[in-house]
Design a protein around this ligand. Structure first.
Ligand SMILES: [Zn+2]
Length: 123
């Protein structure tokens, strides 16, 4: 069974490292980590569980982080503020639930792949 808290801590650390790396170590080697998250859908910011929530709509994908509708505005603002809008890889289409949005991105792949690289390159 996946320890969700540990996964989140890892994600946070990875993302933090990534942002720091992009700011201070441009062009350094990339690093990739893969984490199995099963079919759980939860916000990588506030940790709210959306696995059984078909109603909430909105949210976005920031790098490998799934950001829920409630946290979306804050992340949009931060992305603008730090000029990191390029890390917003997708936004939930109108009328689609956050849960479906995340599951669609994830597809059959239950693994989150985190790549630390220059310029937010997709892998
Ligand atoms: Zn959230």
């Amino acid at each position: 069974m996946t320890d969700r808290k540990a996964v989140l801590d890892k994600l946070d650390k990875k993302l933090h490292n990534s942002e720091m790396a992009n700011k201070f170590f441009k062009g350094q080697p990339t690093e990739t980590e893969v984490i199995d998250v099963g079919d759980t859908v939860m916000c990588d910011d506030c940790s709210e569980d959306y696995t059984n929530n078909d109603l909430a709509t909105g949210g976005l994908l920031f790098q490998s982080k799934a950001i829920c509708p409630k946290c979306q505005e804050k992340w949009e603002e931060l992305a603008r503020k730090y000029n990191e809008e390029k890390y917003i890889l997708a936004r939930c289409p109108v009328g689609m639930s956050f849960k479906d949005f995340v599951l669609q991105i994830r597809g059959d792949n239950h693994f989150i792949k985190i790549t630390t690289s220059k310029g937010g390159r997709k892998s």
